[in-house]
Write a protein that binds this ligand. Structure first.
Ligand SMILES: Nc1ncnc2c1ncn2[C@@H]1O[C@H](COP(=O)(O)OP(=O)(O)OP(=O)(O)O)[C@@H](O)[C@H]1O
Ligand SMILES: [Mg+2]
Length: 242
């Protein structure tokens, strides 16, 4: 398997708060890598570093064999790194269709015609094709999550970074999101999926990484990691989580 993303010795501190000390991992082609870890472990911070929003204190990021640590947010997005935000932030006064189009036009730099075409394709994948003209502010939580994913997909990512897209959803809705991620993967997109919900990790990922105390504590097959002594220690020893 070849790596589409390679992260080496990534670290970041905010003053004396050493949130990430040394993160090392690879994301393979056609892989969903789950990321778990307690609240405040630095999972979202890691995504923000990968997309260029935050500058790391140390470390390197290679994407498709090319070092991208010096690239800014726009360059990385156009290069193929798409992401969702932990709290979905659609433009509430715009329609579903317009929201998805924004991803194509501003995220990927498409022409309006290209972005329209792309938005139609994406709406189909995220199953909002029957709600194209609804204002995003009127959507329920599941559809907001879908739209959040759709806005990222409209940038035509090679890798998609998901930050707790399953949070707050019902059991059956979580199942729909798991299926959606599988479909996205089948289209050749590699995924990093941060989530607290155990089922998403067991059913929706190929490998899982535990992030705690600023390091990648253990990475491996989902069931092995979820049953590991490392996970038990982190969640039972320190844990207000799960
Ligand atoms: N821009 C910032 N400036 C200073 N500190 C920050 C900044 N962003 C995050 N932090 C700190 O980094 C730590 C990790 O936060 P982060 O949001 O990455 O956690 P998380 O693992 O995503 O947690 P959760 O599971 O609750 O989403 C926290 O202590 C947070 O206060
Ligand atoms: Mg977070």
């Amino acid at each position: 398997m070849s790596a589409v993303l390679t992260v080496k010795d990534l670290g970041i501190s905010f003053g004396s708060n050493h949130v990430l000390k040394s993160i090392n991992f690879e994301l393979n082609e056609n892989e969903v890598l789950g990321v778990i870890g307690p609240n405040g472990a630095g999972k979202t911070v890691m995504l923000n570093i990968l997309t260029g929003i935050l500058k790391p204190t140390k470390g390197t990021i290679s994407f498709q064999g090319k070092e991208i640590s010096h690239e800014g947010v726009t360059e990385r997005c156009r290069g193929g790194i798409g992401r969702t935000f932990q709290v979905p932030r659609p433009f509430e006064q715009m329609t579903v269709f317009e929201n998805i189009m924004v991803g194509g036009v501003f995220g990927a730099g498409m022409s309006e015609a290209e972005a329209k075409q792309k938005a139609l394709e994406v709406a189909d994948v995220i199953k909002l094709d029957d709600k194209l003209d609804l204002f995003a502010g009127k959507l329920g939580l599941l559809d907001r999550k879908r739209l959040e994913i759709g806005r990222a997909l409209a940038t035509e990512p090679k890798i998609l970074l998901l930050d707790e897209v399953g949070g707050g959803l019902t059991e059956s809705e979580v199942g729909l999101i798991i299926n959606l991620v599988k479909e996205i993967k089948s289209q050749g997109v590699s995924v990093i999926w941060i989530e607290h919900i155990i089922r998403t990790m067991l059913e929706g990922t190929d490998r899982v990484m535990l992030l705690a105390d600023g390091v990648d504590v253990i990475t491996g097959a989902p069931l092995d990691v979820m049953n590991s002594s490392e996970v038990k220690k982190v969640y039972m020893g320190g844990g207000d989580d799960e």
